[in-house]
Write a protein that binds this ligand. Sequence first.
Ligand code: ARG
Length: 577
Amino acid sequence: MNIQLLLSDKIKQAMIAAGAPADCDALVKQSAKAQFGDYQANGIMAAAKKMSLNPRQLAENVVNHLAIDEYVSKVEIAGPGFINLFLNTCWLAKQNQLALDNEKLNLTLADKPHNIIVDYSAPNVAKEMHVGHLRSTIIGDASVRVLEYLGHNVIRANHVGDWGTQFGMLIAYLEKMQNENAQDMELADLEEFYRAAKKHYDEDAVFAEKARNYVVKLQGGDEYCLTMWRKLVDITMTQNVATYKRLNVTLSLADTMGESIYNKLLPEVVSDLKAKGIAVESDGATVVFLDEYKNKEGEPMGVIIQKRDGGYLYATTDIAALKYRYEKLHADRILYYTDSRQHQHLEQVWLIAHRANYIPESLQLEHHMFGMMLGKDGKPFKTRSGDTVKLNDLLDEATERAAALVKSKNPDLTDKELATIVDAVAIGAVKYADLSKNRTTDYVFDWDNMLSFEGNTAPYLQYAYTRVISIFRKANLSMENLAGNIIIEHEKEQALATRLAQFDETITVLTNDGLPHVLCAYLYDIATLFSSFYEHCPVLSAENTALKNSRLKLAALTAKTLKIGLDMLGIKTIEKM
Ligand code: ARG
């Protein structure tokens, strides 16, 4: 049940009944302060202006037309014409009960599943994943999880960089290694492999010649080169999938939809764009000039889609990918998780695809971009020697730090218990630190903050979850089939119950805008509201059975909400820590 939406609809109906235009907006929001009620409608002033009415008068008129007694116990007009709404606690209790009884918390599921392509992670072949891939991978995965939970068809598109001229030198080097080592090599250290290949290419003329020859052969579909290329892709992706697993990210090998799969389409796309007069020859290259973008000289900006030497570009592949995703995968919506520096690239690619009629206006295209991960010095996060930080090294350090922390708090754990808790806390902390920041800006990566058991962190939420669970364990009670009704009397009960009932409207922000920090802030609220409820409202030692049962139900709904919410973020919960 999405309360915000429900109240918006009701107020809007009343506004229209009071004579407001049909496109008026009730602007119902959660109130910032308890004295303004649980929700506040802010749309009266704008509507009154359009109608040339006194806003307070319109507000009164709207209130007279309101049919919301079932949900709301008190309505107040405040200030210039705000309408404050106080939820009816009996109705609220009913909403909590419905959520508790329903496997999916009575969330509003997709009435018609959409085909949604989520383009995320996208590391490059023959390179190890580094921290630069973390944000796309985990923010994209949170979106995927929520959209699937609500019933959409999600296609994970891991647009890996698996094509390009660098493969000539990589194949030549792989061949050299294979010849020298006799048996198959492991390529454990991809960074080192790439660096060595590049060094040979730069320093050894014979090697470089061979590498250039291999590029041509690979592009021409030569069997040997393709086999070598595939080997490089397989080794890289097998390692990446291991990292995804470690990160509790849902990407598998089958989700790899690298740049190479669009190769066959590129010549066709270029000639088609030319035939349609969208692309033109310029200095031997093929270029699309866009009036919407101006270069420094104020002339239309050119997007090259084929170089003078015949090579295609990143943009050409993305245009072909759009065509493919619409025609073959029947996408209704495509979400791109790449950093903000790629925004103009994507906008230009979308514009060209629209102009060529490869995709209709109805296809929803969204760039859910993000800022950078910074070190404590405010500069891009690097190792002490200034190198990019490998993702696995980062996770190793997180594991070490979490192990020391958990051990010190809990010296009696068995090794097996310890390993489970450490994994959940370490990976959870790194992911949550990222997911809890508004993705649109840069953020500072700080080990101490993210591993703290206080504040808006994964360990705090994971610990809060175990505390709720322990109430049931202590009393030897199951969370299923609790007796009685939810009774909301104490203000702490009401605050918790109200927030619990706002889960649906919270995850809407994630499904619409891909902003997981809103869900993080919500779960943090739930944990702190529960903690203060638990302090003021005895549960197991409540005055009477009815009260005890009611409070157990609020506790159970808290646990369920935390678990499902953290799971949507790809963060594990544990029963004990
Ligand atoms: N591989 C690219 C990179 O590392 C990201 C790909 C993003 N997706 C896309 N369709 N362009 O920057």
